[in-house]
Ligand binder design. Structure first.
Ligand SMILES: Nc1ncnc2c1ncn2[C@@H]1O[C@H](COP(=O)(O)OP(=O)(O)OP(=O)(O)O)[C@@H](O)[C@H]1O
Length: 231
């Protein structure tokens, strides 16, 4: 599903290249649940942003579902993103002026999904995540855990094949964090959604089936966890 070949990313500062990622090559199969771990500044978010097509690598190739993302024009890249990728952020990134319902609806409007299909998808998500009673509230009227549920519902609305999550529980208390991780595990095991998360938490990583350890922009270790369920 995802193939990275020799990905490099650097930022130039006064003629000096500061490498953030070096020689990153890996393959991620459909149905995997991968955790990217490593020290602060290791390049984890940069890698996730490249996977999510939010940033471009300086060198190397990135194939997503057989398409070479690095050579696609912007319109095609956005289409690929909208059709297949759901992004979940640590700080939720909900739109404050929109209700829960409207936040979940936003990506469906971008995709020009028709009215009745929108209504039914949103109703399903609200129901599944137990937030029907919250649908007319605004993000600042919700707890952190509830906001993250809305963030995940929004990411799922467009029925993506991959969820990319950058520290999805970083702002949450442990009980809420556990609820979110259990939800990810369910989405992965029952719905077959591929999940790639950046996390600092060893415990969160145990919900997945593979850990990529990166340090100084290099993959140092690639560990399969027992009970792996790669499809
Ligand atoms: N736009 C930029 N310009 C220059 N340097 C950048 C830029 N974006 C990121 N970096 C540098 O790239 C390195 C990796 O950043 P990244 O956010 O990927 O690390 P991380 O592993 O996710 O760290 P953390 O765990 O602290 O979030 C850092 O040293 C950062 O300063």
């Amino acid at each position: 599903m995802i193939e990275l070949k020799n990905i490099e990313k650097y930022y130039s500062n006064k003629g000096v290249k500061n490498y953030v990622l070096r020689h990153v090559s890996t393959t991620i199969k459909k149905g995997e649940f991968v955790s990217i771990m490593g020290p602060s500044g290791a390049g984890k978010s940069t890698l996730l942003n490249i996977l999510g097509m939010l940033e471009e690598p300086t060198y190397g190739t990135y194939e997503f579902l057989g398409e070479d993302v690095t050579t696609l024009n912007e319109r095609k890249r956005i289409e690929l993103y909208r059709n297949h990728i759901g992004f979940v952020f640590q700080a939720y990134h909900l739109i404050d002026e929109m209700t829960v319902y409207e936040n979940i609806e936003a990506p469906l409007l971008y995709k020009k999904i028709g009215g009745s299909e929108r209504t039914s998808r949103i109703a399903n998500l609200l129901d599944r995540f137990n937030i029907v009673a919250k649908k007319d509230l605004f993000p600042n009227q919700l707890s952190g855990g509830q906001q993250q549920l809305v963030g995940i519902a929004r990411a799922l609305a467009a029925q993506p094949s991959v969820i990319l999550a950058d520290e999805p529980t970083g702002n949450l208390q442990s009980a809420q964090a556990e609820e979110i991780m259990q939800l990810f595990q369910k989405l992965n095991q029952e719905d077959g959604i591929t999940i790639i998360q950046v996390t600092h938490s060893e415990k969160n990583a145990t919900y997945g089936n593979r850990i990529l350890h990166i340090a100084d922009g290099v993959i140092k270790d690639d560990v399969q966890l027992t009970g792996a369920k790669a499809i």
